[in-house]
Design a protein around this ligand. Structure first.
Ligand SMILES: [Zn+2]
Ligand SMILES: [Zn+2]
Length: 306
């Protein structure tokens, strides 16, 4: 009994995170549990830059490896082999480990300093960091806009990366795996991580500079969803329940896998419309349609001449 009571005094002391949480909850009954956890964290840290830095770095690592893990497990289960897009190319453990090492290296060298600079930059741009949080509808609306803007950035920059010198010097690393897997989503040159990642960060920054209305939590949720999108697009699996069957303009793994297999076309990240409009769709079906269109045009021209 004694041990329990001494423990509880330790945990509820106002110097501990839990103590601050309890104290804050007493006077802020209008806040929900997430808002209380959030506010307590910033109060506990007493340093907003460090609080945001640690939170975002831990979040990034947890989501990146947490989301990749189910795909690593699925690779080892024979039942799922029938859903693998490039059936014979299951990544080996050694390949996955080599990939993890490079990804970790770039997380600690390229991404960590950026994540650290994030709070001052967010504040400078007028991003909200306090509680209460915005309504979920507001967050969903902002995130939808970021998806569309990032996809556009990704399409053009990625397409440019396939231009000879840029491909050879930068983008080639990402194409080391012609049959991608979840962990390979951020397997890329640090320059590529920086330049393509700019679309993920610049969309919210641009938005808050124009409208003055954005909460840092929305930015977190956006980055989490964008990580899910990138990892799933590299998973190498196409299921009957994959999202693009319900949202036909969603790209998904089926779209990006062909890009890795053929090195050409399908440059977008989240959606299919840019490749459709710019006629850069990849794969045998798209090539066949392109041939048919060309032939039809040719026949039309011949008829005009006659
Ligand atoms: Zn590429
Ligand atoms: Zn890729």
């Amino acid at each position: 009994m004694e041990a329990v009571s001494s423990n509880s005094t330790i945990f509820t002391s106002p110097d501990t995170y839990l103590g601050i949480y309890n104290e804050l909850s007493k006077y802020n009954v209008h806040l929900n549990i997430f808002e209380r956890l959030w506010a307590s964290w910033y109060q506990y840290m007493q340093n907003d830059v460090l609080a945001t830095g640690i939170l975002s770095f831990v979040m990034h690592e947890t989501v990146y490896f947490g989301r990749s893990l189910p795909w690593i497990i699925i690779d080892r289960i024979p039942y799922f082999k029938k859903y693998k897009i490039q059936g014979q190319k299951i990544p080996t453990v050694a390949e996955q480990w080599a990939c993890t090492k490079l990804v970790l290296l770039s997380h600690f060298t390229v991404e960590l300093p950026q994540i650290w600079l994030f709070h001052p930059m967010a504040k400078m741009c007028g991003m909200e960091t306090g509680v209460p949080f915005p309504a979920w509808t507001t967050m969903a609306f902002h995130i939808a806009i970021f998806f569309v803007v990032e996809d556009t950035w990704h399409y053009w920059v990625h397409r440019a990366m396939h231009w000879g010198p840029l491909y050879k010097n930068i983008h080639k690393i990402h194409h080391q795996y012609s049959a991608p897997f979840g962990l390979a989503a951020e397997y890329a040159s640090p320059i590529e991580v920086l330049v393509l990642g700019l679309g993920t960060v610049a969309a919210p920054i641009g938005w808050v500079l124009i409208t003055g209305n954005l909460h840092i939590l929305t930015m977190y949720l956006w980055i989490i969803l964008r990580l899910f999108q990138a990892i799933d697009a590299h998973s190498g699996y196409e299921f009957p329940w994959s999202l693009h069957h319900f949202l036909p303009f969603w790209a998904g793994a089926e779209h990006h896998d062909v890009h890795h297999e053929r090195f050409i076309g399908n440059y977008s990240s989240s959606f299919r419309w840019w490749d459709y409009v710019m006629d850069t769709e990849s794969g045998p079906e798209a090539a066949k349609k392109r041939r048919e269109r060309k032939q039809a045009k040719l026949q039309q021209a011949q008829r005009k001449v006659q």
